[in-house]
Design a protein around this ligand. Structure first.
Ligand code: 4NP
Length: 159
């Protein structure tokens, strides 16, 4: 059976934020027993890290919170993703603008800022943690956890 809803998380490198979102959302979906209904993926607007695992700091932060993301590999987002996925979720405004430029106008509506789904979070972007310290990765984890819960609540209404 094919999935009922598909979601792709997109950041710049697909080694820090979007794989964290992918793994956190996947964990939530697994716990709710909805893996057969929801297809989950992630990608980057840049291809610099193609084929590489997530950044070890992102992996460590997730592991500290009981989430495994060792299986994920970076890949660039492509036109096909923008056609096939139901939700294309950008981590920041730069990702959002890049995706909008890449997509056909009829697909613009499914491109959204991921933090639009985070309740009680005033920030609108998941900040890039790549050049900062470990606390940046903790902050990313907290933001994507809040947004994942809001996203799943919305998707549940479509299933
Ligand atoms: P991400 O973080 O977009 O959250 O995966 C980054 C990863 C790598 C680079 C920048 C941001 N980089 O410049 O290589």
């Amino acid at each position: 059976m094919s999935h009922k809803v598909s979601v792709i998380f997109v950041c710049l490198g697909n080694i820090c934020r979007s794989p964290t979102a992918h793994a956190v959302f996947r964990d939530l979906v697994e716990k709710e027993g909805l893996m057969a209904d929801i297809l989950i993926d992630s990608a980057g607007t840049a291809s610099w890290h193609q084929g590489k695992p997530a950044d070890r700091r992102a992996i460590q932060t997730a592991q500290n919170r009981g989430i495994d993301m060792l299986d994920l590999r970076s890949r660039p987002v492509d036109m096909g993703d923008l056609i096939t996925f139901d939700y294309v979720l950008a981590m920041d405004y730069a990702n959002y603008d890049d995706l909008r430029q890449m997509a056909l106008p009829e697909h613009h509506d499914k491109i959204k800022l991921f933090l639009d789904y985070a309740e009680e979070v005033s920030e609108t972007e998941v900040p890039d943690p790549y050049y900062g310290g470990p606390q940046g990765f903790d902050h990313v984890f907290d933001l994507v956890t809040a947004a994942s819960e809001g996203l799943l609540a919305e998707i549940r209404e479509r299933l």
